[in-house]
Design a binder for this molecule. Structure first.
Ligand code: PLP
Length: 397
């Protein structure tokens, strides 16, 4: 049976054009870019070209791009680097309550070092409340971190407005654009962010490589001490094939963004429309319009997200559950709880994230599978009220 992948927010397959560009850098072009001989010169120019192209894709200068091992490292670096650099000015940090664990955990670590962290509240759609954020700012606030788009529910934040708010107060503003890069247009200057992170494996590039944009003139501390790589700001021999792959992936994503976004949005909208029309007791999580093209996150009442995930898995459909089950905990998603969802609904949530290679047939197959599974699971559920009708609606779109 065909395997259906609806988990592109977790990771994407490497585009064959990306792999092709990377291949020579594993074999004949293997030099260390720090070496002075021609093997090194060959790879240093590839890394320089990649930096130029990547910077151009997001409206930055090449000198503002630092390569990292991915989104988690870039997020940690932005937060810790700013906190340590500006600690003399204040020790208050604000990060949104719906950030990725890469930010939330790093912020909690900083509390142990004597920093004070406010987790900025969001509304029912997962949008940061600008008024509440403004009220949370204190004279000793040095850093605000709000993601461009959320990885679980896809909500796109008012980043431009938040950046302006921070700029007016001299506060460093960072945005985690790991889910946004390659999915929606990104221009660091237009956004006004001081720092921004992204990660290649979310846009059909390789895993284990990402970047941090740091506005020129902003001096942050380093996270990884070592050699003189990345202008002495991030030690470690450059992962040349990965950097070259990220460049190719971002170039392709930028060039094909409009076409892919329109296609993926059409799949997602068909899916959302059918699920809401044909399956009862379902809630779409996240903002109805301000959301990533690929994301559809639902809570299925009276059903555990994990049971649904495993039932879909048995039907060869790969999705992700809202709870952090994969990381070994069965806690409901902190994102859905921050949006005010009751625990029961937060437990019954599933994220479907579509990609450029998915088809309408796959979407329809998944809706039909969901209809069958939800009836079965509800019939077994002790939580399902006996007086409710356990059936699907047969509406065609
Ligand atoms: N930030 C967001 C919003 C993400 O979705 C992810 C990955 O899921 C990360 C950060 C971490 O990126 P990486 O997997 O490259 O470490």
């Amino acid at each position: 049976m065909e395997r259906i992948y609806f988990d592109h927010a977790a990771t994407t397959p490497v585009d064959p054009r990306v792999l092709e560009k990377m291949m020579p850098y594993f074999t004949e072009k293997f030099g260390n870019p720090n070496s002075q001989h021609f093997f090194g010169r060959e790879t240093v120019s590839a890394v320089d070209d990649a930096r130029d192209a990547i910077a151009a894709c997001i409206g930055a200068k090449p000198s503002e791009i630092y390569f990292t091992s991915g989104g988690t490292e870039a997020d940690n670096w932005a937060l810790r680097g700013a906190a340590h650099a500006f600690a003399a000015r204040g020790r208050h940090l604000i990060v949104s309550a719906v950030e990725h664990p890469a930010m939330i955990s790093a912020a909690k670590e900083l509390v142990k070092e004597g920093f004070d962290v406010t987790f900025a509240e969001v509304d029912e759609y997962g949008l940061v409340d600008l008024e509440k954020l403004e009220r949370a700012i204190r004279p000793d606030t040095i850093f605000v971190g709000v993601m461009t788009a959320n990885n679980e529910v896809g909500t796109i934040q008012p980043v431009k407005e938040i950046a302006a708010l921070c700029k007016a107060r001299g506060i460093v503003f960072f945005t985690d654009a790991v889910q946004a890069a390659g999915a929606i247009p990104l221009d660091v200057k237009a956004l006004g962010a001081d720092m921004l992170s992204f990660s290649a494996h979310k846009f059909y590039g390789p895993k284990g490589v990402g970047a941090l944009y740091v506005r020129s003139g902003l001096r942050i501390g380093k996270l990884i001490a070592g050699g003189h790589q990345e202008r002495s700001m991030r030690g470690g021999t450059t992962n040349v094939p990965a950097v070259v792959g990220m460049e190719q992936a971002l170039r392709i994503a930028c060039a094909e963004l409009e076409k892919n976004a329109a296609y993926v949005t059409s799949l997602r909208d068909r899916f959302i429309k059918r699920v809401l029309a044909e399956i009862p007791y379902v809630k779409l999580n996240g903002h109805p319009e301000k959301r990533l093209p690929a994301n559809a996150n639902f809570s299925f009442r009276y059903i555990e997200g994990e049971s649904l995930l495993f039932s879909l898995d048995l039907k060869n459909i790969a999705v992700s559950s809202g709870s952090a089950c994969s990381s070994g905990s069965l806690e409901p998603s902190h994102v859905l709880l921050a949006m005010g969802l009751p625990e029961g609904l937060a437990h019954g949530s599933i994220r479907f994230s579509f990609g450029k290679d998915n088809t309408v047939e796959q979407v329809d197959y998944a809706v039909d599978a969901l209809k069958e599974i939800t009836v079965k699971l509800r019939a077994l559920s002790p939580l399902f009220p006996k007086d409710l009708k356990n059936e699907v609606y047969e509406k065609e779109i």
